[in-house]
Design a protein around this ligand. Sequence first.
Ligand SMILES: Cc1cc2nc3c(=O)[nH]c(=O)nc-3n(C[C@H](O)[C@H](O)[C@H](O)COP(=O)(O)OP(=O)(O)OC[C@H]3O[C@@H](n4cnc5c(N)ncnc54)[C@H](O)[C@@H]3O)c2cc1C
Length: 557
Amino acid sequence: MSVDRAKIQWNGWGWAAAKDELASREELWLWLADELGMPSLLATPARPLEEIALPAPRLSAAQRENFVSLLGADRVRDDKFERTFHALGRSYHDVLRLRAGNISAAPDAVLYPRGTEEVLSILSTAAENNIAVVPYGGGTSVVGGVSANGASFPAVVTVDLSGMDRLIDVDAVSGTATAEAGIYGPALEKALQAKGVTLGHFPQSFEFSTLGGWIAHRGAGQNSVLYGRADDWLVSARLATPRGLLATEEFPASAAGPRLTDVIAGSEGAFGIVTEATFRIHPAPAASHYGGYLFHDFASGAAAIRQAVQEDVSAAMLRLSDIEETRFYRAFGHVGKRRGISGKLEDAYLSARGFSGAMTAMIAGFEGSKEIVDYGRKRFAAIAKRHGGMSVGAGPGERWREGRFHGPYLREPMMNRAVGVDTLETAVRWSKVDALYAAVKTALKNAILGTAPRPGAHGIVMCHISHAYEDGASLYFTCIFPRALDGEIAQWQAIKKAASDAIATNGGTISHHHGVGEDHLPWMTNEKGALGIDVLRAIKMSLDPKGIMNPGKLIPL
Ligand SMILES: Cc1cc2nc3c(=O)[nH]c(=O)nc-3n(C[C@H](O)[C@H](O)[C@H](O)COP(=O)(O)OP(=O)(O)OC[C@H]3O[C@@H](n4cnc5c(N)ncnc54)[C@H](O)[C@@H]3O)c2cc1C
């Protein structure tokens, strides 16, 4: 096991030893209370592990012994920490339940294989005994993808891939590399960059997520405009299934029927376990530039992004915050700080350029050779200008890049003070962006108002364009709201349903990069159609006839 589970928070985000840096910032919490229409924010600490009760383990002694004989006793874990750590993922919904100790299902054992053969043996033993299997990478799923479902099975085991973390091969001639699926983001990039190459997949969850997880839920890194999404960079994979190994083709291109690798990307552990994958790599960038722009409104910033991607400007990332997100993060950063001379000069300059009140901020990132970076920046600057954008230099871009994985660390400090934070995302064609944006924001605001703990309380609902394509974009919504402490799960369900219905009605996908898991299942049939769901079911039946793989996820019953 290369990543020690005990060093990671079992009920939140980050390393267990990390400190709540905001704990003593009283001025910040007073400001946030005011923003949410609350007189103050109550302390709502998480319950400690010792106080939490888990359902009794259901694996029989003989079944447990089967796994011990396959893996050895030290790689079959069923102590309280392991079972709790692996019971749920890291969505707001999951973290709410972990913090409250409201854990209705936990794995009966956690298995740590080391190699494809061991995974295949685990799956055939599980199939023989009708034991449900939950594949687990970093456990950062935000859609209920790793919940230990299995009530209709005699037992459920979680298969934690973190012991399968080798970079196996770099084929520099072909521009591909092969690695085991359990390798974490930082370890994979370190090993690749030591050879002068990169995969370039940097989700915000990069520090705690794995190659296999990225593939299994078809994720997208922050630089996907340049490096592609998981399904773009995945060349081939080895999928261990209850029926044996499915190893897909490695050809650069082929007309020999549908591409089986596409069945694996997005399969969310419901078809089998990805044990190894081959993926495209790029030379590690020699140069990069991340800069900031301001636009007068969301529509003009979005138009600049659309023009840039449709005209093939070689950006790595184009991220546009709406007015609320721009205002919130500026204000958050300034709470408790005196606005000195330089701040006042900045305000005066912005005001002189017509950016005194509402504005939207964009980060435009470029990576590659110096020539490519310079050329891309120049082309984008001209496009931005045409849409009324103003460059504010490299400072905001570099600050964003330094803190690109920091956002999730703000969630638990807020949850410690009765504040909820959830995020959701979609992708929609450019012609529908405006309508979907307006509808989802309204739905979220109304749902928060309808579930607020007291009259006058309300939420902060923000959005940014996170990824862009020639034909559309991904919109990423964040809402911060006062928690209804006497009905928190019902509050989350109401907010989630309102937003998801608005997404579906306005032509968006139920997920651009978080996946389906349990939480998005109710919207799957609408999105794929009944026949489409039948096709997915048929694939599952042929690879997993007993339905033991990650039950209750991806495919509606
Ligand atoms: C704070 C935060 C930020 C995030 N930001 C992003 C982002 O920017 N982009 C993005 O795409 N996602 C993001 N996510 C969602 C999540 O991190 C990603 O889904 C991540 O890629 C999942 O990887 P993981 O290794 O943690 O997988 P897990 O959470 O362990 O698993 C995800 C799903 O894949 C299955 N699975 C895992 N490994 C395998 C395997 N080897 N074989 C078969 N199935 C497997 C699991 O059963 C589950 O269904 C974020 C999540 C959080 C909490």
